[in-house]
Design a protein around this ligand. Structure first.
Ligand code: APR
Ligand code: PHB
Length: 415
């Protein structure tokens, strides 16, 4: 008779196989792939409603917490984080901005968001927000499994979808009621669905953003978006002593081509003289190039698999919408899952894709419009003249500035 000892229990073959199977199988209500802002905030929102979830993340915690990402939080995102008790460090270390400036033709024009909309944005690095969310999850006993790359989502049309992942070289599975694919553009969730079941919308812009992070005081107390014949530039910050700057570069450009001085010289050329003179430069902490694309997948739900954040949509960073869209997606998804578990309602789950996409497309439109307005596309003189004419119109029209401010501070999380 074949017998083996597991955990001091003598098991015969069938039981042993069952035992080994169970060792490699976890069970939860909502399986979340990805511990970026979308996955972490969803797990937190669900826990607040007594819904269990497990996060599977491919990278290590250190890697996730070290990623350099943007840092402009819309009013709606700030309000939600405060409501959830996640805003303490954000309110302590973040910087409230009531306006931003657009620079063109050697001049700088301020958009007073607060006067025009009564709202403002918060400058607080996505990296710091991610750390806060991880700390909050773990402090609340949340389950986050790092270095667990997900290979695929199976049976997402069934009532028991399974997430197949690897842990310490072992193939394992997480059985759940629902799967939330919060694993970004390159993740496994969307790739687990046949392409003929979705519609993909994509626009790749013919340039990138070369960004530098440096411990120098920001050139201005607010952000400056600059349109220039040599290309776009952005002056942003992480704090009053750490700045983040970007210049538009060609897609085939390489970080190795740029010394720090070359970057600062190019940035200075693209700023109005009053700003160029004030620019404080210093050694890079980090320099990288990011491509610009607009991408949306429809629908954002496939059976019991729901996509949220970058897994479903990508926006060019010009409008600072990426993180904020991830937040509104999981706000809608958590509300729908709470209605399912709490009131056995599935109408909100059925409407998740439609409601989330309505807000997504508005942000995709604004990000596309702002990118088209501020970047150098090619040498045909007419497009540059048209850009300057539109910038002058925006600078002279309170109505146009209000449209811009409404979109920049963030549209309401409508139902
Ligand atoms: N298995 C497990 N985890 C995965 C897998 C996989 N196969 N593929 C990707 N991941 C993880 C990534 O390592 C990352 O930590 O999923 C996470 C996705 O997080 P983000 O890319 O930050 O995406 P999201 O949470 O949707 O946040 C969107 O991030 O990229 C910015 O501009 C974007 O600000 C926006 C925000
Ligand atoms: C940033 O601070 O990195 C940043 C700010 C605003 C943007 C994009 C990036 O639109």
């Amino acid at each position: 008779m074949w017998r083996r000892v597991f955990d001091q229990r003598v098991l015969d073959l069938p039981d042993a196989l069952q035992y080994l199977g169970n060792m490699n199988r976890l069970r939860t209500q909502v399986g979340i792939i990805g511990s970026g802002p979308a996955g972490l905030l969803l797990s937190h929102l669900l826990a607040q409603r007594g819904i269990e979830s497990i996060i599977l993340e491919r990278q290590s915690r250190a890697h996730v917490e070290a990623r350099i990402r943007a840092g402009v939080l819309e009013q709606g995102t700030v309000d939600l984080l405060r409501q959830l008790g996640l805003g303490e460090r954000m309110d302590r270390e973040g910087i409230v901005h009531e306006g931003f400036s657009m620079a063109f033709s050697g001049r700088k024009e301020r958009i007073d968001m607060h006067k025009l909309t009564g709202k403002s944005v918060m400058i607080y690095g996505q990296t710091e927000l991610t750390k806060d969310l991880i700390n909050a999850r773990l402090a609340a006993g949340g389950a986050i499994h790092y270095e667990c790359p997900v290979l695929a989502v199976e049976e997402y049309q069934s009532s028991q979808p399974r997430i197949i992942y690897e842990q310490e070289g072992q193939r394992k599975e997480l059985v759940c009621d629902f799967v939330a694919g919060c694993d970004g553009y390159h993740g496994a969730a969307r790739k687990s669905v046949a392409q003929n079941r979705m519609q993909l919308f994509e626009k790749v812009y013919p340039f990138g953003w070369l960004g530098i992070l440096a411990d120098v005081p920001p050139v201005d107390h607010e952000l400056i978006y600059a349109s220039h014949e040599r290309g776009f530039a952005l002056c942003s910050m992480r704090s009053h002593t750490r700045s983040r700057y970007y210049v538009q570069c060609s897609l085939d450009d390489r970080v190795e081509n740029w010394t720090d001085d070359a970057f600062w010289d190019e940035l200075r050329r693209r700023l109005p003289p009053e700003c160029a003179e004030k620019l404080v430069t210093g050694p890079r902490l980090e320099m990288s190039i990011a491509p610009l694309r607009s991408f949306v997948v429809e629908p954002m739900r496939f059976g019991n698999l729901f996509l949220a954040g970058d897994a479903a949509h990508i926006v060019p960073p010009t409008g600072a919408k990426g993180l904020n869209l991830a937040v509104s997606d999981v706000y809608y998804l958590a509300r729908a899952l709470a209605a399912f578990y709490g009131e056995k309602r599935s109408d909100l789950l059925d409407r998740y894709s439609e409601v989330a996409l309505r807000r997504v497309w508005k942000a995709v439109r604004f990000s596309w419009w702002y990118t088209m307005l501020m970047h150098r596309f090619d040498d045909d003189q007419i497009s540059h003249r048209l850009q300057v004419a539109e910038l002058e119109y925006v600078a002279s029209s309170e109505a146009a500035q209000t449209v811009m401010a409404e979109n920049y501070v963030g549209l309401a999380f409508d139902d």
